[in-house]
Design a protein around this ligand. Structure first.
Ligand code: MRU
Length: 346
């Protein structure tokens, strides 16, 4: 599985523009802080772990040509850029998590020269990238232990290789199972309004040779009722300490349906996505996006009357009581989550 959403190559930060998929594969070079902010905000690079990795490299790229003689000015510019990038999207905690790691790196190196600090910042971004890839690999192994060959699986949005450094989170066990001949039958919800399921998951799984069927979001109850779904697998953008998890809008409805139909609901959460400062889902900021994404963006013509009011939250919170297990790179956590998640961090 060679799909990756970004690479740091020849000193350049390059991202695969996900707004152009599945029609064309276009790589963009991000050179300025504005490039990075816009790429994250407009979902050219998206998915919680990928946003974190892109922001870490982006912060380095944005400060790397700054003057080296005045260290205080460099540190002030670094912090201003960090805050600016942190404002690009609010829900995925990986963004602030990665930027805080870069800040901690700067703090640890501040006695050194600016040139040395810059080197350390690049090394830190590369470590975040490497560690994310390794976490996704382990999520795949841990997730696969919950599944059996031939299962029908339902997923939502894109929690695949496109959303992380490699393999993905919720799609990692599907990719791993595919390489081992598991023969999963996957249903991908299209994921209104931005269609990450149709544009990205369907593309990524088809490319990997997985048996994938696209459904509209409102068909989930039907496929479950037909007995075609043995497990629901989703990613997460921010998990609270009590196990409530924010993920793409529509996820909580799937979890409620899964409970009704007796189907296990697994949320895939690298520890970089756990926000221990959020006590419950009520503490998670939910991104609100432009109304025209709902009725205009993907259509040749407007699909609603002019002047219509639109409510467009990009995420919802799935309450812990609907989650059968939380899969992390450190292990699988079962309820009660508060205790299990605390143990994960020792
Ligand atoms: O708005 P997006 O496309 O960034 O939303 C992404 C999701 O909701 C994913 O499911 C989540 O980031 C977990 S992905 C590894």
């Amino acid at each position: 599985m060679d799909v990756t959403p970004l690479r740091f190559k020849g000193g350049n930060l390059e991202i695969l523009d996900q707004t152009r998929l599945p029609r064309e594969e276009v790589w963009l070079t991000l050179e300025t802080r504005e490039d990075v902010w816009e790429a994250i905000h407009w979902l050219k690079v998206r998915g919680a772990p990928a946003i974190g990795v892109a922001a870490a490299y982006g912060l380095f790229v944005a400060v790397r040509y700054l003057e080296e003689t005045d260290k205080d000015a460099f540190i002030a510019a670094f912090r201003e850029t960090r805050d600016y990038l942190n404002s690009s999207r609010p829900t995925a905690v990986n963004l602030s998590w990665a930027l805080e790691r870069m800040e901690a790196c700067l703090e640890a190196q501040r006695h050194r020269t600016v040139a040395q600090i810059k080197e350390a910042l690049l090394a830190e971004a590369q470590a975040i990238h490497r560690e994310d890839e390794e976490a996704c690999r382990k999520l795949g192994e841990n997730g696969l232990s919950l599944l059996s060959p031939g299962m029908g699986l339902l997923t939502h949005c894109n929690a695949g290789a496109l959303a992380a450094s490699r393999y993905g989170t919720a799609l990692a066990p599907i990719h791993l199972g595919q390489s081992m001949g598991y023969g999963f039958k996957v249903f991908a919800g299209e994921t209104r309004p931005l269609l990450q399921g149709a544009r990205l998951t369907a593309w990524e799984l088809q490319k990997a040779g997985v048996d994938v069927t696209l459904i509209c979001d409102n068909m989930a109850a039907s496929v479950m009722k037909n007995g075609w779904v043995d497990a629901v697998l989703t990613g997460c953008d921010r998990l609270a300490a009590n196990g409530d998890g924010a993920n793409k809008i529509g996820t909580s409805g799937l979890a409620i349906l899964a409970k009704e139909f007796g189907v296990p609901f697994y949320m895939f959460v690298p520890t970089s996505t756990i926000d221990r400062n959020a006590a419950t889902g009520a503490d998670i900021p939910i991104e609100q996006r432009r109304g025209d994404e709902v009725h205009r963006l993907w259509y040749a013509r407007d699909m609603a009357p002019a002047g219509i009011g639109v409510y467009n939250p990009a995420f919802d919170v799935t309450e812990a009581k609907y989650i059968t297990a939380i899969v992390t790179e450190r292990g699988i956590v079962r309820p009660p989550y508060e205790e299990g998640l605390r143990e994960l961090f020792g």
